[in-house]
Structures are given as structure tokens and as C-alpha cells.
Design a protein around this ligand. Structure first.
Ligand SMILES: [Cu+2]
Length: 487
């Protein structure tokens, strides 16, 4: 059990003791060779690693790379696009925190806990500002600032989402950790260890992916992101949101043994303090209350979208997760490629299933059938590390997307798309998958008399890092109907 993790905004302006100690520890850890399992570089490479890229970035010299980073033991481990996203990163944070805290203790005698960056705290007008210590040129004693070593978006001083960017706490409205079929707060089901799975969970989509893109630089690429000291404060906040979500009444954390005891093919592995063999193996349940990696936060209310102990009323409950069904009710004809211009695709719907779903969309009577609709983008591939697209429904041909916020289905940042698309990668280039909840949008269309149960027009509008040189392809766009019972 580590110390209590605090909001970085409450620790004092500028070089407060926590951030100064973080900088001193980082400098010391970043001077260690990558072969040391407690070095800054080794810890970063655990998230993602690519020898050629790292040599090109001059992160490592010409010497050999440790085998345990290239043979799959410790390197390239980050779990994305599945329900292992949250537990793997929780163990990763705890391991990192223990290593940094030990170094802080050695250097200064102080205790240390990882702070979090509470960027969506509505009660703090400065919440989106990058804490000053991360952008200062110098340490208080005039030495170069280690917290500013690695590249970010030029001139970054605050998270500045664009007009249509998803940057919100909307993920907290979801009540189920996972519903088989790709929908849920925490990501899609997999039984095995997988760096990039098929279905990205709501919290991973946003704000997690969004913040990676908005910070920019190394943070956009999973093979470099862990080197930015801001990465850890970002993930600490995502981890805190998960903790808050689990403790909010009505939220259904999975009890599935595949999650609790998994991954089945190999457990997660973290290095010990000091790096000696064997490392620490763990599974999902080790990250929950009572587990060795369960963290403690000073606050679970501000900037989490939920109030632990208070019932959330944002959305009607749909019954036990395993009793809900998810079925495709239509798909488009084939792959869509988006470059510098918006691309549209027609999704043909099964009219009967659609009409029945529409009728059950707004049900609130306990025991009644209730439906929600989702757009699913399957096997999305591309070469940029964190490309962004906007998705619209029934946008008239040639219309300006900005003139139709009511038809905006969502905004996606596809963090790690480059890695998930590598044809020779461990995922064989399967790409990533996303679902967007379009229930409210469908209700608006229905009220406006604009909902045709036989078809839907989906328009993909390119955002940052999408161009004719770096297009995105989407193998399939479908509409999913999720059905449950009002609870
Ligand atoms: Cu991340």
C-alpha cells in the first residue's frame, strides 16, 4: 500500500516538494542504463518499444537492447482496446510509483506518492493548465529541468481541445464495465494478454486518448509515451476515475473470472524494486480493493463525473451486464478510407429490428425492455500514432459539419493506431475498434421525423493527423443494438 495520491493542483504552485522530488528522481533514473529494470527508459519501454525508433530518437546508444525488452517478457506490454486496459495500467502505475518513491527516499529522505493531473475538475479554472514544473526550463538551482526532457506539442502550456474534440466525463455515465459485443466503460472482453485488442472502452476513448493527443509529442505514440513524466500524472487521473466509478452505486464492475484471474495465456508482469528475478506477476483481481496494487486517493469526487455513495441518474440502468444483448442490426457495404476530405458511407439497417429498438429507446418503466444504439467502427487502421476523426450521422451531402452539431455522433482519437496496424506486429495488423453511443442522437432524429429505419448515413470527418498521406481505413461500419431490462 502506497501513500495517498493527491491532486497536483493542491500541492502548491511551481516547484512544490512533490514535483521537485519527482524531477530529481527522474533525473537519476534516466541516467541509469536501459538494461536496469528500474531505469526511466526501461519503464517507458515496458509500455511500448521499437528498437529502430528508439535508436532514431537517440534514446539508446549503439549497444545491445536487453533481451527481456524485445522477447515479450517486459517490453511492449501496454494493454489497450480491451478490458485489461485499466488493470494493467494500474499495476504499471504502482510499480513506477514504488520505484520513484524509493529513489526520492534515497536522494532526499522524503516520502513520495504519485500525484494526479485533474484536468477535468470543473471547480478549478486552472485545471487544464500543465503544472508549471513540467514546462519550466530550469530547476530552482538552475540545472536543466528533467521534467521537460522529452518533446510535446510545441508551446504546450494547457490542454486546448478543439471545438469538436471529445474532452469530457461522459464515460462515467456508462453503468457496465463490459457488455459482450464491444460496449462498456472498461473495454471489450479478451481472455488473453493483448497489447491492442478489438474494442476500446469508453474511459480509454475519452478522456484517456484525447489527452494523449492534446499533450502531443511523445505522448501521442504508445512506444514513447511512458517517457514523458506527464504520462504518469495523466494515467493516475484515469486510474482515479476508474476507482471513483467502481465506488459509485449502480456501476457494475465485472466479476468475470477471465478478467479477475486473467489474462489466461500469461499474467501481467512488473519488475521488482531493484529489478531482481522473478518479477511481480498479477491479474485483474490484484488491482481491486484488498489487492497488492489497489491505490488510495485523496478525493474521488472532483473531476470524476461521479459521486461515490450517491446514485447517478444520468442514464437508465439496463439490468445485469451478462443479461444484456448486443446485436448488429445493419452494416455498410465495405471499407471506407478517409484522407483530407470527409467520406460518407451508407449503413443499411434491418427495419424491423431497428423499429423495435427505436420504440424501446426511451423506456423507463422498471422491467420494460430498453434499447440503446451504437455506431461500431471495426478494424480501423492507419499509420499515424494518434489520428483524430469526427463521426456524423445523416449529415446532408456537402453540408458543413460545423453547422450541424446536432448530428455529431462523436469524436475519436485513435491512440496507438500505428502500432495496432503494423502488418507484422504481434496483433497482425488487426487495427482497433470503437463504439459510439448514438442513442440520444437517434432520439433527436426520431423527434425531428428524420429517422429512417432502413438506413443511416455515416460521415467520417478528418481531424488532426489524418491526411491523404496518412489516411485512416475503416473495414466496416455497423449499427449495434444493445438491449436490456430497465432496472
Ligand atoms: Cu495512456
Amino acid at each position: 500500500m502506497g501513500a495517498v495520491r493527491q491532486d497536483v493542483a493542491t500541492l502548491g504552485a511551481g516547484w512544490n516538494k512533490t514535483l521537485l522530488n519527482y524531477a530529481l528522481a527522474m533525473r537519476a533514473l534516466d541516467e541509469l542504463p536501459i538494461s536496469n529494470r528500474n531505469s526511466w527508459k526501461f519503464l517507458g519501454a515496458m509500455h511500448g518499444f521499437d528498437e529502430e525508433l528508439w535508436r532514431g530518437e537517440e534514446l539508446i546508444g549503439t549497444g545491445p537492447v536487453p533481451a527481456d525488452l524485445t522477447n515479450g517478457t517486459y517490453g511492449d506490454q501496454c494493454q489497450h482496446g480491451s478490458w485489461y486496459f485499466l488493470p494493467w495500467h494500474r499495476g504499471y502505475l504502482a510499480t513506477f510509483e514504488a520505484i520513484v518513491a524509493a529513489k526520492v527516499k534515497e536522494l532526499t529522505g522524503d516520502d513520495w506518492a504519485l500525484p494526479y493531473w485533474n484536468y477535468l475538475d470543473a471547480s478549478n479554472p486552472e485545471a487544464r493548465k500543465v503544472p508549471a514544473a513540467f514546462i519550466a526550463d530550469k530547476l530552482p538551482n538552475g540545472d536543466p529541468n528533467p521534467l521537460k526532457t522529452y518533446p510535446r506539442r510545441p508551446g504546450l502550456s494547457a490542454l486546448q481541445p478543439g471545438r469538436r474534440d471529445a474532452f469530457s466525463l461522459a464515460a462515467a455515465e456508462e453503468t457496465d464495465f463490459t457488455v459482450d459485443g464491444g460496449i462498456g466503460y472498461g473495454g471489450g472482453i479478451t481472455g488473453d494478454f493483448i497489447q491492442f485488442g478489438n474494442w476500446t472502452g469508453d474511459i480509454e476513448n475519452n478522456p484517456h486518448n484525447t489527452v494523449h493527443r492534446l499533450v502531443g509529442g511523445y505522448m501521442t505514440d504508445p512506444r514513447l509515451a511512458g517517457l514523458d513524466p506527464l504520462f504518469w500524472l495523466h494515467h493516475c487521473n484515469i486510474d482515479r476515475m476508474w476507482e471513483a466509478w467502481m465506488r459509485a452505486p449502480g456501476k457494475k464492475m465485472t466479476r468475470d473470472s477471465r478478467w479477475r484471474d486473467g489474462p489466461a495465456d500469461r499474467l501481467f508482469l512488473m519488475p521488482q524494486l531493484g529489478g531482481a528475478d522473478p518479477g511481480i506477476t498479477f491479474g485483474g483481481s490484484d488491482t481491486l480493493t484488498g489487492g497488492r496494487f489497489h491505490p488510495t486517493y485523496d478525493d474521488l469526487t472532483k473531476g470524476t463525473g461521479v459521486v461515490p455513495g450517491a446514485v447517478a441518474v444520468a442514464r437508465v440502468g439496463m439490468g445485469p451486464s451478462h443479461q444484456q444483448t448486443v446485436e448488429p442490426i445493419g452494416a455498410n457495404a465495405g471499407a471506407v478510407s478517409v484522407g483530407s476530405k470527409p467520406e460518407s458511407s451508407l449503413v443499411t439497417l434491418e427495419p424491423q429490428a431497428t423499429t423495435a429498438g427505436v420504440a424501446a429507446m426511451g423506456a423507463t418503466t422498471p422491467g420494460a425492455k430498453v434499447s440503446r444504439f451504437y455506431l461500431a467502427l471495426e478494424a480501423v487502421r492507419g499509420q499515424a500514432p494518434a489520428p483524430q476523426i469526427d463521426v456524423y450521422v445523416n449529415l446532408p451531402e456537402g453540408a458543413d459539419p460545423d453547422a450541424h452539431p446536432e448530428l455529431h455522433a462523436g469524436n475519436l482519437t485513435m491512440f496507438g493506431l500505428n502500432v495496432a496496424s503494423r502488418p507484422h506486429g504481434r496483433h497482425a495488423g488487426n487495427g482497433l475498434g470503437y463504439t459510439l453511443d448514438i442513442t440520444e442522437l437517434a432520439q433527436r432524429l426520431k423527434q425531428a421525423g428524420d429517422f429512417d429505419p432502413s438506413k443511416l448515413r455515416v460521415t467520417l470527418v478528418p481531424g488532426e493527423h489524418v491526411s491523404d498521406q496518412q489516411p485512416i481505413t475503416v473495414d466496416k461500419i455497423s449499427v449495434l443494438k444493445r438491449t436490456g431490462t430497465v432496472s
